[in-house]
Design a protein around this ligand. Structure first.
Ligand SMILES: [Zn+2]
Length: 508
Protein backbone atom coordinates (compact mmCIF):
# COMPACT_ATOMS: atom_id res chain seq x y z
CA UNK A 1 0.00 0.00 0.00
CA UNK A 2 1.46 3.30 -1.01
CA UNK A 3 1.14 6.49 1.00
CA UNK A 4 -1.92 8.63 0.36
CA UNK A 5 -1.99 10.55 -2.86
CA UNK A 6 -3.21 14.09 -2.38
CA UNK A 7 -5.33 14.60 -5.47
CA UNK A 8 -8.47 12.60 -5.82
CA UNK A 9 -10.55 12.06 -8.91
CA UNK A 10 -14.18 12.92 -8.55
CA UNK A 11 -16.30 9.85 -8.83
CA UNK A 12 -19.93 9.72 -9.54
CA UNK A 13 -21.54 7.76 -6.84
CA UNK A 14 -23.74 4.78 -7.36
CA UNK A 15 -25.59 3.31 -4.47
CA UNK A 16 -23.96 0.17 -3.23
CA UNK A 17 -26.24 -2.67 -4.03
CA UNK A 18 -25.85 -5.42 -1.51
CA UNK A 19 -26.76 -8.56 -3.31
CA UNK A 20 -27.87 -11.53 -1.34
CA UNK A 21 -26.37 -14.71 -2.57
CA UNK A 22 -27.31 -18.17 -1.55
CA UNK A 23 -24.42 -20.40 -0.49
CA UNK A 24 -23.67 -22.82 -3.25
CA UNK A 25 -22.59 -26.38 -2.93
CA UNK A 26 -18.90 -26.84 -2.41
CA UNK A 27 -16.99 -27.67 -5.59
CA UNK A 28 -14.88 -30.51 -4.22
CA UNK A 29 -12.24 -30.12 -6.93
CA UNK A 30 -11.79 -26.40 -6.19
CA UNK A 31 -11.75 -27.16 -2.47
CA UNK A 32 -9.08 -29.85 -2.88
CA UNK A 33 -6.67 -27.24 -4.26
CA UNK A 34 -7.90 -24.30 -2.19
CA UNK A 35 -7.03 -26.28 0.91
CA UNK A 36 -3.42 -26.57 -0.22
CA UNK A 37 -3.10 -22.88 0.68
CA UNK A 38 -2.16 -23.26 4.33
CA UNK A 39 -0.94 -21.12 7.22
CA UNK A 40 2.27 -23.16 7.32
CA UNK A 41 2.96 -22.75 3.60
CA UNK A 42 2.34 -19.01 3.73
CA UNK A 43 4.45 -18.64 6.84
CA UNK A 44 7.34 -20.39 5.15
CA UNK A 45 7.12 -18.05 2.15
CA UNK A 46 6.72 -14.91 4.20
CA UNK A 47 9.63 -15.64 6.51
CA UNK A 48 11.87 -15.64 3.45
CA UNK A 49 10.27 -12.75 1.55
CA UNK A 50 10.14 -10.48 4.61
CA UNK A 51 13.36 -11.84 6.04
CA UNK A 52 16.52 -9.79 6.62
CA UNK A 53 18.27 -11.13 3.49
CA UNK A 54 15.77 -9.25 1.29
CA UNK A 55 16.75 -5.95 2.96
CA UNK A 56 13.27 -4.47 2.74
CA UNK A 57 12.93 -5.06 -1.03
CA UNK A 58 13.21 -1.45 -2.12
CA UNK A 59 12.69 -1.02 -5.85
CA UNK A 60 15.91 -0.98 -7.87
CA UNK A 61 18.08 -2.29 -5.04
CA UNK A 62 19.83 -5.65 -4.60
CA UNK A 63 17.12 -6.57 -2.05
CA UNK A 64 14.43 -6.22 -4.69
CA UNK A 65 16.47 -8.30 -7.13
CA UNK A 66 16.92 -11.00 -4.51
CA UNK A 67 13.19 -11.05 -3.87
CA UNK A 68 12.50 -11.31 -7.62
CA UNK A 69 14.90 -14.25 -7.91
CA UNK A 70 13.22 -15.98 -4.99
CA UNK A 71 9.70 -15.48 -6.37
CA UNK A 72 10.85 -16.83 -9.75
CA UNK A 73 12.29 -19.92 -8.04
CA UNK A 74 8.94 -20.58 -6.40
CA UNK A 75 6.93 -20.09 -9.61
CA UNK A 76 9.34 -22.36 -11.49
CA UNK A 77 9.24 -25.04 -8.80
CA UNK A 78 5.44 -25.03 -9.00
CA UNK A 79 5.66 -25.75 -12.74
CA UNK A 80 4.43 -22.38 -13.99
CA UNK A 81 5.79 -20.89 -17.20
CA UNK A 82 7.69 -17.59 -17.53
CA UNK A 83 5.03 -14.97 -18.22
CA UNK A 84 6.91 -12.10 -19.85
CA UNK A 85 7.43 -13.15 -23.48
CA UNK A 86 9.38 -16.24 -22.48
CA UNK A 87 11.10 -14.53 -19.57
CA UNK A 88 10.15 -14.26 -15.93
CA UNK A 89 10.72 -10.56 -15.61
CA UNK A 90 9.46 -7.46 -17.31
CA UNK A 91 12.12 -4.84 -16.69
CA UNK A 92 11.39 -1.14 -16.83
CA UNK A 93 13.73 1.83 -16.65
CA UNK A 94 13.96 4.11 -13.67
CA UNK A 95 16.31 7.06 -13.55
CA UNK A 96 18.17 8.76 -10.78
CA UNK A 97 20.26 11.86 -11.31
CA UNK A 98 22.64 13.29 -8.73
CA UNK A 99 24.39 16.61 -8.69
CA UNK A 100 28.17 16.45 -8.95
CA UNK A 101 28.87 20.16 -8.88
CA UNK A 102 27.22 23.44 -9.74
CA UNK A 103 28.47 26.97 -9.16
CA UNK A 104 27.80 30.42 -10.55
CA UNK A 105 30.79 32.76 -10.35
CA UNK A 106 30.12 36.48 -10.82
CA UNK A 107 33.40 38.31 -11.37
CA UNK A 108 35.37 36.76 -8.49
CA UNK A 109 32.48 35.78 -6.22
CA UNK A 110 31.44 32.15 -6.31
CA UNK A 111 27.80 31.40 -5.51
CA UNK A 112 26.73 27.95 -4.38
CA UNK A 113 24.08 25.51 -5.41
CA UNK A 114 21.52 24.97 -2.63
CA UNK A 115 22.37 28.27 -0.99
CA UNK A 116 22.29 30.92 -3.68
CA UNK A 117 20.54 29.09 -6.48
CA UNK A 118 18.84 25.86 -7.49
CA UNK A 119 18.35 23.95 -10.69
CA UNK A 120 16.05 21.21 -11.94
CA UNK A 121 18.29 18.16 -11.75
CA UNK A 122 16.14 16.10 -14.10
CA UNK A 123 16.21 18.46 -17.06
CA UNK A 124 19.54 20.12 -16.38
CA UNK A 125 22.43 19.14 -18.65
CA UNK A 126 26.16 19.33 -18.20
CA UNK A 127 27.26 22.91 -18.76
CA UNK A 128 30.42 24.98 -18.40
CA UNK A 129 29.96 28.44 -19.85
CA UNK A 130 31.74 31.76 -19.43
CA UNK A 131 30.30 35.03 -20.75
CA UNK A 132 31.23 38.68 -20.43
CA UNK A 133 27.66 39.95 -20.28
CA UNK A 134 24.17 38.79 -19.35
CA UNK A 135 20.97 39.76 -21.16
CA UNK A 136 18.08 41.00 -19.03
CA UNK A 137 14.77 39.99 -20.65
CA UNK A 138 12.30 41.20 -17.99
CA UNK A 139 9.91 38.26 -17.46
CA UNK A 140 10.89 36.35 -20.58
CA UNK A 141 7.37 36.51 -21.97
CA UNK A 142 6.41 36.49 -25.63
CA UNK A 143 2.65 36.59 -25.85
CA UNK A 144 0.27 38.68 -27.93
CA UNK A 145 1.44 42.30 -27.94
CA UNK A 146 4.11 41.63 -25.37
CA UNK A 147 7.62 40.65 -26.39
CA UNK A 148 10.24 40.78 -23.66
CA UNK A 149 12.88 39.78 -26.21
CA UNK A 150 12.29 42.80 -28.45
CA UNK A 151 15.61 43.77 -30.09
CA UNK A 152 17.59 41.44 -27.83
CA UNK A 153 20.36 39.24 -29.16
CA UNK A 154 20.28 36.18 -26.93
CA UNK A 155 21.62 33.39 -29.13
CA UNK A 156 24.17 31.40 -27.15
CA UNK A 157 23.82 33.86 -24.26
CA UNK A 158 22.92 33.72 -20.59
CA UNK A 159 19.69 35.57 -19.88
CA UNK A 160 18.28 36.78 -16.61
CA UNK A 161 14.51 37.03 -16.10
CA UNK A 162 12.28 37.51 -13.07
CA UNK A 163 9.23 36.00 -11.49
CA UNK A 164 6.37 38.32 -10.52
CA UNK A 165 6.01 38.85 -6.78
CA UNK A 166 2.55 40.39 -6.86
CA UNK A 167 0.02 37.60 -7.12
CA UNK A 168 -1.85 37.44 -10.40
CA UNK A 169 0.48 39.82 -12.16
CA UNK A 170 1.06 38.67 -15.73
CA UNK A 171 -0.07 35.28 -14.62
CA UNK A 172 -2.11 34.68 -17.76
CA UNK A 173 0.83 35.58 -19.99
CA UNK A 174 2.50 32.21 -19.85
CA UNK A 175 3.93 29.92 -17.26
CA UNK A 176 7.45 28.69 -16.68
CA UNK A 177 7.27 26.04 -19.40
CA UNK A 178 6.30 28.63 -22.02
CA UNK A 179 9.16 30.86 -20.94
CA UNK A 180 11.67 28.02 -21.20
CA UNK A 181 10.35 26.96 -24.59
CA UNK A 182 10.56 30.54 -25.85
CA UNK A 183 14.15 30.78 -24.62
CA UNK A 184 14.98 27.51 -26.35
CA UNK A 185 13.57 28.77 -29.65
CA UNK A 186 15.78 31.82 -29.36
CA UNK A 187 18.89 29.73 -28.75
CA UNK A 188 19.49 30.80 -25.14
CA UNK A 189 22.27 28.85 -23.40
CA UNK A 190 21.13 29.32 -19.80
CA UNK A 191 18.26 31.02 -18.00
CA UNK A 192 18.70 32.67 -14.62
CA UNK A 193 15.33 33.23 -12.98
CA UNK A 194 15.12 35.59 -10.02
CA UNK A 195 12.80 33.72 -7.71
CA UNK A 196 10.82 35.17 -4.77
CA UNK A 197 10.99 31.79 -3.01
CA UNK A 198 14.76 31.76 -3.26
CA UNK A 199 15.13 32.63 0.43
CA UNK A 200 13.76 29.21 1.35
CA UNK A 201 16.59 27.26 -0.28
CA UNK A 202 18.59 26.82 2.87
CA UNK A 203 15.61 25.48 4.81
CA UNK A 204 15.24 22.58 2.40
CA UNK A 205 16.96 19.27 2.87
CA UNK A 206 20.29 19.61 1.12
CA UNK A 207 20.45 15.92 0.30
CA UNK A 208 17.09 16.07 -1.47
CA UNK A 209 18.27 19.03 -3.50
CA UNK A 210 21.18 16.98 -4.79
CA UNK A 211 19.41 13.87 -6.01
CA UNK A 212 16.24 13.42 -8.00
CA UNK A 213 15.33 10.18 -6.30
CA UNK A 214 13.99 7.50 -8.63
CA UNK A 215 11.87 8.76 -11.47
CA UNK A 216 10.76 7.46 -14.80
CA UNK A 217 9.82 8.61 -18.25
CA UNK A 218 12.92 10.59 -18.95
CA UNK A 219 12.22 13.61 -21.10
CA UNK A 220 14.79 13.72 -23.86
CA UNK A 221 13.94 17.23 -25.09
CA UNK A 222 17.02 19.43 -24.90
CA UNK A 223 16.17 22.67 -23.12
CA UNK A 224 18.40 25.47 -21.86
CA UNK A 225 19.50 24.94 -18.26
CA UNK A 226 17.38 26.87 -15.78
CA UNK A 227 18.80 28.29 -12.54
CA UNK A 228 16.53 29.78 -9.91
CA UNK A 229 18.59 32.46 -8.21
CA UNK A 230 18.15 34.54 -5.07
CA UNK A 231 17.54 38.29 -5.38
CA UNK A 232 20.94 38.69 -3.69
CA UNK A 233 22.71 36.80 -6.48
CA UNK A 234 20.71 38.75 -9.06
CA UNK A 235 21.71 42.02 -7.42
CA UNK A 236 25.33 40.96 -7.54
CA UNK A 237 25.02 40.29 -11.27
CA UNK A 238 23.23 43.60 -11.83
CA UNK A 239 25.72 45.50 -9.68
CA UNK A 240 23.08 46.95 -7.36
CA UNK A 241 22.78 46.94 -3.56
CA UNK A 242 19.09 46.79 -2.70
CA UNK A 243 18.59 43.07 -3.06
CA UNK A 244 15.78 42.78 -0.48
CA UNK A 245 13.39 44.86 -2.54
CA UNK A 246 14.76 43.96 -5.97
CA UNK A 247 11.73 41.98 -7.18
CA UNK A 248 9.26 44.53 -5.81
CA UNK A 249 11.23 47.32 -7.46
CA UNK A 250 11.25 45.49 -10.80
CA UNK A 251 7.52 44.86 -10.46
CA UNK A 252 7.03 48.59 -9.95
CA UNK A 253 8.89 49.32 -13.15
CA UNK A 254 12.51 49.77 -12.07
CA UNK A 255 14.62 49.91 -15.22
CA UNK A 256 17.51 47.54 -15.78
CA UNK A 257 19.67 47.77 -18.90
CA UNK A 258 19.11 44.82 -21.20
CA UNK A 259 22.85 44.29 -21.49
CA UNK A 260 24.54 43.80 -18.12
CA UNK A 261 28.30 43.83 -18.50
CA UNK A 262 29.81 41.44 -16.01
CA UNK A 263 31.75 38.19 -16.23
CA UNK A 264 29.84 35.07 -15.31
CA UNK A 265 31.04 31.50 -15.20
CA UNK A 266 28.36 28.80 -14.80
CA UNK A 267 29.20 25.17 -14.07
CA UNK A 268 26.64 22.37 -13.85
CA UNK A 269 27.53 18.69 -13.75
CA UNK A 270 25.52 15.67 -12.71
CA UNK A 271 25.68 11.92 -12.85
CA UNK A 272 22.78 10.04 -14.43
CA UNK A 273 21.98 6.47 -13.48
CA UNK A 274 19.54 4.14 -15.18
CA UNK A 275 18.17 1.28 -13.10
CA UNK A 276 16.12 -1.68 -14.26
CA UNK A 277 13.73 -3.04 -11.66
CA UNK A 278 11.20 -5.65 -12.67
CA UNK A 279 7.73 -7.08 -12.49
CA UNK A 280 7.75 -10.88 -12.15
CA UNK A 281 5.18 -12.75 -14.25
CA UNK A 282 4.19 -16.41 -14.18
CA UNK A 283 1.82 -17.87 -16.75
CA UNK A 284 -0.55 -20.81 -16.55
CA UNK A 285 -2.17 -21.60 -19.86
CA UNK A 286 -5.92 -22.16 -19.88
CA UNK A 287 -7.83 -24.78 -21.82
CA UNK A 288 -10.79 -23.88 -24.06
CA UNK A 289 -10.79 -20.16 -23.18
CA UNK A 290 -7.06 -19.64 -22.99
CA UNK A 291 -7.10 -16.32 -24.90
CA UNK A 292 -8.81 -14.72 -21.91
CA UNK A 293 -6.54 -13.86 -18.99
CA UNK A 294 -7.21 -13.69 -15.26
CA UNK A 295 -4.62 -11.70 -13.28
CA UNK A 296 -3.74 -12.15 -9.63
CA UNK A 297 -1.30 -9.51 -8.39
CA UNK A 298 0.60 -8.19 -5.39
CA UNK A 299 3.57 -5.88 -5.04
CA UNK A 300 6.80 -7.42 -3.87
CA UNK A 301 8.68 -4.18 -3.28
CA UNK A 302 8.72 -2.30 0.00
CA UNK A 303 10.65 0.58 1.57
CA UNK A 304 14.13 -0.91 1.87
CA UNK A 305 16.40 0.14 4.69
CA UNK A 306 17.73 3.24 6.37
CA UNK A 307 21.27 2.71 7.59
CA UNK A 308 20.96 -0.69 9.28
CA UNK A 309 17.24 -0.42 10.04
CA UNK A 310 15.31 -2.72 7.71
CA UNK A 311 11.70 -2.07 6.75
CA UNK A 312 10.62 -5.70 6.49
CA UNK A 313 7.18 -5.13 4.97
CA UNK A 314 5.79 -8.44 6.22
CA UNK A 315 2.21 -7.29 5.82
CA UNK A 316 2.98 -4.65 3.15
CA UNK A 317 3.13 -6.53 0.92
CA UNK A 318 4.98 -9.67 1.87
CA UNK A 319 1.58 -11.07 2.77
CA UNK A 320 0.20 -10.48 -0.73
CA UNK A 321 3.38 -11.74 -2.40
CA UNK A 322 3.30 -14.98 -0.36
CA UNK A 323 -0.40 -15.35 -1.16
CA UNK A 324 0.18 -14.94 -4.91
CA UNK A 325 2.90 -17.63 -4.82
CA UNK A 326 0.68 -20.07 -2.90
CA UNK A 327 -2.40 -19.36 -5.06
CA UNK A 328 -0.31 -19.83 -8.22
CA UNK A 329 1.08 -23.07 -6.81
CA UNK A 330 -2.45 -24.32 -6.05
CA UNK A 331 -3.63 -23.59 -9.61
CA UNK A 332 -0.52 -25.28 -11.03
CA UNK A 333 -1.17 -28.38 -8.90
CA UNK A 334 -4.75 -28.48 -10.14
CA UNK A 335 -3.59 -28.26 -13.73
CA UNK A 336 -1.10 -31.09 -13.28
CA UNK A 337 -3.95 -33.27 -12.05
CA UNK A 338 -6.07 -32.39 -15.07
CA UNK A 339 -8.08 -29.59 -13.45
CA UNK A 340 -6.41 -26.62 -15.06
CA UNK A 341 -8.41 -23.41 -15.49
CA UNK A 342 -10.34 -22.76 -18.71
CA UNK A 343 -8.97 -19.24 -18.94
CA UNK A 344 -5.25 -18.54 -18.74
CA UNK A 345 -3.88 -17.07 -15.58
CA UNK A 346 -1.08 -14.62 -14.96
CA UNK A 347 0.40 -14.31 -11.49
CA UNK A 348 2.23 -11.03 -11.39
CA UNK A 349 4.21 -9.56 -8.53
CA UNK A 350 5.16 -5.98 -9.32
CA UNK A 351 7.77 -3.59 -7.98
CA UNK A 352 7.68 0.21 -7.87
CA UNK A 353 4.42 0.21 -5.91
CA UNK A 354 5.76 2.16 -2.98
CA UNK A 355 7.30 4.66 -5.41
CA UNK A 356 3.88 5.45 -6.87
CA UNK A 357 2.45 2.33 -8.58
CA UNK A 358 5.28 2.47 -11.13
CA UNK A 359 5.56 -1.24 -11.93
CA UNK A 360 1.85 -1.71 -12.50
CA UNK A 361 1.69 1.49 -14.50
CA UNK A 362 4.55 0.28 -16.64
CA UNK A 363 2.84 -3.07 -17.14
CA UNK A 364 -0.51 -1.56 -18.14
CA UNK A 365 1.29 0.91 -20.44
CA UNK A 366 3.30 -1.97 -21.94
CA UNK A 367 0.99 -4.96 -21.54
CA UNK A 368 2.30 -8.40 -22.42
CA UNK A 369 -1.25 -9.79 -22.72
CA UNK A 370 -3.84 -7.65 -24.52
CA UNK A 371 -5.71 -5.56 -21.98
CA UNK A 372 -8.88 -6.20 -23.98
CA UNK A 373 -8.52 -9.92 -23.17
CA UNK A 374 -7.66 -9.29 -19.54
CA UNK A 375 -10.76 -10.29 -17.63
CA UNK A 376 -9.92 -9.10 -14.15
CA UNK A 377 -7.16 -8.19 -11.73
CA UNK A 378 -7.49 -9.57 -8.21
CA UNK A 379 -4.97 -7.51 -6.28
CA UNK A 380 -3.74 -8.40 -2.82
CA UNK A 381 -2.04 -5.73 -0.76
CA UNK A 382 -1.78 -6.33 3.02
CA UNK A 383 -3.89 -9.30 4.15
CA UNK A 384 -1.94 -10.68 7.12
CA UNK A 385 -2.91 -8.33 9.93
CA UNK A 386 -5.86 -7.03 11.94
CA UNK A 387 -6.64 -3.32 12.01
CA UNK A 388 -7.76 -1.49 15.19
CA UNK A 389 -11.40 -1.49 14.05
CA UNK A 390 -11.52 -5.30 14.11
CA UNK A 391 -9.54 -6.18 17.21
CA UNK A 392 -12.45 -7.98 18.83
CA UNK A 393 -13.95 -9.47 15.68
CA UNK A 394 -10.96 -10.48 13.60
CA UNK A 395 -12.61 -12.65 10.95
CA UNK A 396 -12.88 -9.94 8.32
CA UNK A 397 -11.44 -8.52 5.12
CA UNK A 398 -11.92 -5.19 3.39
CA UNK A 399 -13.14 -5.48 -0.18
CA UNK A 400 -12.52 -2.44 -2.36
CA UNK A 401 -13.43 -1.61 -5.96
CA UNK A 402 -15.31 -4.83 -6.67
CA UNK A 403 -18.49 -3.17 -7.97
CA UNK A 404 -17.01 -0.31 -9.95
CA UNK A 405 -16.72 -1.86 -13.40
CA UNK A 406 -18.65 -5.12 -13.34
CA UNK A 407 -21.91 -5.92 -11.58
CA UNK A 408 -20.93 -9.60 -11.59
CA UNK A 409 -17.75 -9.43 -9.55
CA UNK A 410 -19.20 -8.78 -6.11
CA UNK A 411 -21.69 -11.65 -6.34
CA UNK A 412 -18.88 -13.99 -7.46
CA UNK A 413 -16.60 -12.95 -4.61
CA UNK A 414 -19.43 -13.13 -2.07
CA UNK A 415 -20.47 -16.54 -3.28
CA UNK A 416 -16.88 -17.80 -2.95
CA UNK A 417 -16.78 -16.39 0.56
CA UNK A 418 -20.18 -17.78 1.57
CA UNK A 419 -19.25 -21.20 0.23
CA UNK A 420 -15.67 -21.59 1.42
CA UNK A 421 -14.15 -18.92 3.62
CA UNK A 422 -16.93 -17.23 5.69
CA UNK A 423 -15.11 -13.98 6.33
CA UNK A 424 -17.02 -10.80 7.16
CA UNK A 425 -16.51 -8.73 4.05
CA UNK A 426 -16.22 -5.09 5.00
CA UNK A 427 -17.05 -2.56 2.25
CA UNK A 428 -16.33 0.53 4.34
CA UNK A 429 -13.38 1.62 2.19
CA UNK A 430 -15.22 1.02 -1.04
CA UNK A 431 -17.13 4.24 -0.39
CA UNK A 432 -15.79 6.70 -2.99
CA UNK A 433 -16.06 9.44 -0.36
CA UNK A 434 -13.83 7.65 2.09
CA UNK A 435 -11.07 10.11 2.95
CA UNK A 436 -8.34 7.42 2.94
CA UNK A 437 -8.81 6.88 -0.80
CA UNK A 438 -7.44 3.33 -0.63
CA UNK A 439 -8.96 2.54 -4.01
CA UNK A 440 -6.31 4.75 -5.63
CA UNK A 441 -3.43 3.41 -3.58
CA UNK A 442 -2.49 0.03 -4.94
CA UNK A 443 -1.79 -1.63 -8.25
CA UNK A 444 -5.30 -2.74 -9.22
CA UNK A 445 -6.02 0.93 -9.86
CA UNK A 446 -3.82 0.87 -12.96
CA UNK A 447 -5.87 -2.00 -14.38
CA UNK A 448 -9.13 -0.24 -13.49
CA UNK A 449 -7.89 2.80 -15.40
CA UNK A 450 -8.03 0.60 -18.48
CA UNK A 451 -11.58 -0.56 -17.79
CA UNK A 452 -10.57 -3.93 -16.32
CA UNK A 453 -12.73 -5.02 -13.35
CA UNK A 454 -10.72 -5.41 -10.17
CA UNK A 455 -10.96 -6.43 -6.55
CA UNK A 456 -8.58 -5.04 -3.97
CA UNK A 457 -8.20 -7.32 -0.91
CA UNK A 458 -6.96 -5.43 2.13
CA UNK A 459 -6.77 -5.70 5.93
CA UNK A 460 -6.61 -1.95 6.63
CA UNK A 461 -3.71 -0.10 8.18
CA UNK A 462 -2.20 -0.49 11.65
CA UNK A 463 0.47 1.01 13.88
CA UNK A 464 3.22 -0.88 12.01
CA UNK A 465 2.17 0.38 8.57
CA UNK A 466 5.32 1.64 6.80
CA UNK A 467 7.32 1.16 9.98
CA UNK A 468 10.34 -1.07 10.54
CA UNK A 469 8.09 -3.01 12.93
CA UNK A 470 5.95 -4.56 10.15
CA UNK A 471 7.46 -7.96 10.87
CA UNK A 472 6.64 -11.63 10.33
CA UNK A 473 5.77 -12.56 13.92
CA UNK A 474 2.90 -10.06 13.95
CA UNK A 475 1.13 -11.79 11.07
CA UNK A 476 -1.94 -13.92 11.70
CA UNK A 477 -1.21 -16.88 9.43
CA UNK A 478 -4.66 -18.43 9.92
CA UNK A 479 -6.27 -15.24 8.66
CA UNK A 480 -3.72 -14.84 5.91
CA UNK A 481 -4.52 -18.34 4.64
CA UNK A 482 -8.27 -17.80 4.81
CA UNK A 483 -8.05 -14.51 2.95
CA UNK A 484 -5.70 -15.97 0.32
CA UNK A 485 -8.15 -18.81 -0.17
CA UNK A 486 -10.95 -16.34 -0.84
CA UNK A 487 -8.85 -14.88 -3.66
CA UNK A 488 -8.18 -18.40 -4.93
CA UNK A 489 -11.87 -19.40 -5.02
CA UNK A 490 -12.90 -16.12 -6.65
CA UNK A 491 -10.15 -16.55 -9.26
CA UNK A 492 -11.21 -20.18 -9.77
CA UNK A 493 -14.79 -19.13 -10.51
CA UNK A 494 -13.78 -16.31 -12.88
CA UNK A 495 -11.29 -18.53 -14.70
CA UNK A 496 -13.70 -21.42 -15.15
CA UNK A 497 -17.15 -19.87 -15.63
CA UNK A 498 -18.84 -20.21 -18.98
CA UNK A 499 -19.32 -16.55 -19.73
CA UNK A 500 -16.60 -13.91 -19.56
CA UNK A 501 -17.04 -11.40 -16.76
CA UNK A 502 -19.11 -8.51 -18.08
CA UNK A 503 -18.02 -4.89 -17.91
CA UNK A 504 -21.24 -2.95 -17.44
CA UNK A 505 -20.36 -0.17 -15.02
CA UNK A 506 -18.16 2.87 -15.38
CA UNK A 507 -16.76 4.06 -12.10
CA UNK A 508 -13.06 4.62 -12.52
ZN1 LIG B 1 3.12 0.35 1.33
Amino acid sequence: MRVAFTAFCLLFITAAQAQQTTPAKIDTVAARYGETITPAGLSKQLHIIAGPAMEGRETATPGQEKAAAYIISQFAAAGLAPGANGKWEQHYPLYEDSLLTSTITVQNNTFLYGRDFLSDLRSGRQQDISVNHVVYADMGIVSGERNDYNNLDVKGQVIIIREAVRKGLHRDKGGLEDKIRTAKEKGVAAILIISPSAGRFSALNQQKLRSTGLYWQKDTTVLPNVYFITPALASSIMGIDNSDSLLEDLDKGKKIPSRINTTIHIVFDKSATVLHPSNVLAYLEGTDKKEEIVFVTAHYDHLGKEDDKIFFGADDDGSGTSAVIEIATAFARAKKAGHGPRRSMVFMTVSGEEKGLLGSQYYTDHPIYPLSHTVTDLNIDMIGRIDPAHETDTNYLYIIGDNKLSSELRPINEKANDTYTHLKLDYKYNDPNDPEGFYYRSDHYMFAQHGIPIIFYFNGTHADYHAATDTVEKISYELLAKRARLVFYTAWDIANRERKLIVDRHEK
